[in-house]
Each structure stands twice: as structure tokens, then as C-alpha cells.
Write a protein that binds this ligand. Structure first.
Ligand SMILES: Cc1cc2nc3c(=O)[nH]c(=O)nc-3n(C[C@H](O)[C@H](O)[C@H](O)COP(=O)(O)OP(=O)(O)OC[C@H]3O[C@@H](n4cnc5c(N)ncnc54)[C@H](O)[C@@H]3O)c2cc1C
Length: 163
């Protein structure tokens, strides 16, 4: 599947047909990068990763690609078609945040709702406390919390209007 054109235009992705050209586009040292790539290719061909031990544990191999041998976690890359994608930090969830009530209103230190102050998503304490049960554990409660907060804020506005 080709990478979206916009990724190249916005500098998120670069491509090249040699390690040195890729390093240049990424803005890293060409020699160290191509030496490292050559070391990786050797390890992949031998199927042994002495640096990071990838493919040694059954857990690694389970998540590997069974069509690649001798090590399903290491595939030598074809230097004629190289791609690099920028990776940046982002929030997945915090397992922390402001505690809220069933109407998404923020609670003060005594556990009383602060009228007119809402928290949802990553700003609110997760429904699952300090655990992350799996995919959907943040977006689901975030969406529901947002709906509940908007509903409550609208009702509050109507109350204020009515006096
Ligand atoms: C790679 C990745 C994979 C994930 N996969 C899953 C998954 O499979 N299932 C799942 O449930 N969750 C997943 N999550 C987590 C989920 O995406 C987040 O928990 C969720 O998006 C948080 O929603 P939010 O509205 O709290 O914050 P955000 O989505 O981060 O929204 C905050 C918004 O505020 C804006 N903003 C920031 N500062 C300001 C400012 N000063 N003024 C105005 N706007 C501002 C930001 O630009 C952003 O649009 C994943 C997260 C990542 C990073």
C-alpha cells in the first residue's frame, strides 16, 4: 500500500533508493546510518540479533511474520526501496486526571461536583482507574463522557435562562 502523498509533502515520510540518500533526507549521519543498516542486514540473513535479541523469545516469534526465515522478527530490507516515517510522541491515555461524576462534572477534593466545569477524555480520570483493559478503553469513555457533558451543559444553560 503506498504511503499517502500528503505525508511526503508535509515531511512526515521520505523515501530513497539507497541508505545514504535516505539518511540525507532524514537529516542523520549517512555513514553511521548505512553501517547500522548493513549490520542489521547481516543479522537478518543469519537470523540472529546480538544487539536486541529479537526473535529469541516465543512471545517475539508469535508476533513475527511466519513467512520470514530463519528469524520471523528480522527481515533484511531491500535498499532499492526504502521509506522512513517520522515518529513523534503522543498521548494514548494517562490512567490519571480529574475525577468526575456521572454527569462528567469535575469533583473537588471533598468529592463535590464543581458546577459548570467538565472533564472528559484524557483530561478526566479513567473509568478503569489505573488499568488499561485494551483497545477502546479511552476513546469509548471519551465519546460517552463528551455526550453526557454536552447534554448536562445544555440543560444547565436552559436552567440559567429560565432563571
Ligand atoms: C497511536 C495511538 C493509538 C491509539 N489507539 C487507541 C485505540 O485503539 N482505542 C482507544 O480507545 N484509544 C486509542 N488511543 C487513545 C485515544 O486516541 C486517546 O485517548 C483519545 O484520542 C483522547 O481524546 P481526547 O479528546 O482526550 O484528547 P485528544 O484527542 O488528544 O484531543 C485534544 C485536542 O485538543 C487540542 N489542543 C491541545 N491544546 C490545545 C490548546 N491550547 N488550544 C486548543 N486546542 C488544543 C489538540 O490539538 C487535540 O485536537 C490511541 C492513541 C494513540 C496515540
Amino acid at each position: 500500500m503506498p504511503l499517502p502523498k500528503a505525508w511526503y509533502e508535509q515531511g512526515i515520510a521520505v523515501n530513497a533508493t539507497s541508505w545514504k540518500a535516505l539518511a540525507r533526507k532524514m537529516g542523520v549521519d549517512e555513514t553511521s546510518f548505512s553501517d547500522e543498516a548493513a549490520r542489521f542486514a547481516e543479522a537478518a540473513t543469519a537470523g540472529v540479533d546480538e544487539q536486541f535479541m529479537r526473535g529469541q523469545s516465543a512471545y517475539d516469534r508469535y508476533y513475527g511474520d511466519p513467512t520470514i526465515s530463519p528469524n520471523p522478527n528480522l527481515r533484511a530490507l531491500d535498499p532499492r526501496r526504502l521509506y522512513a516515517v517520522k515518529i513523534v510522541l503522543s498521548d494514548l491515555g494517562t490512567c490519571g486526571g480529574l475525577r468526575t461524576d456521572e454527569r462528567s462534572r469535575v469533583l473537588d477534593a471533598e468529592g463535590n461536583a464543581i458546577d459548570g466545569l467538565y472533564a472528559i477524555g484524557n483530561t478526566a480520570a479513567n473509568l478503569f482507574g489505573t488499568r488499561y483493559p485494551g483497545a477502546g478503553g479511552t476513546i469509548g469513555p471519551g465519546l460517552v463522557g463528551g455526550y453526557v457533558a454536552a447534554d448536562d451543559a445544555a440543560e444547565r444553560a436552559r436552567r440559567i435562562e429560565r432563571g
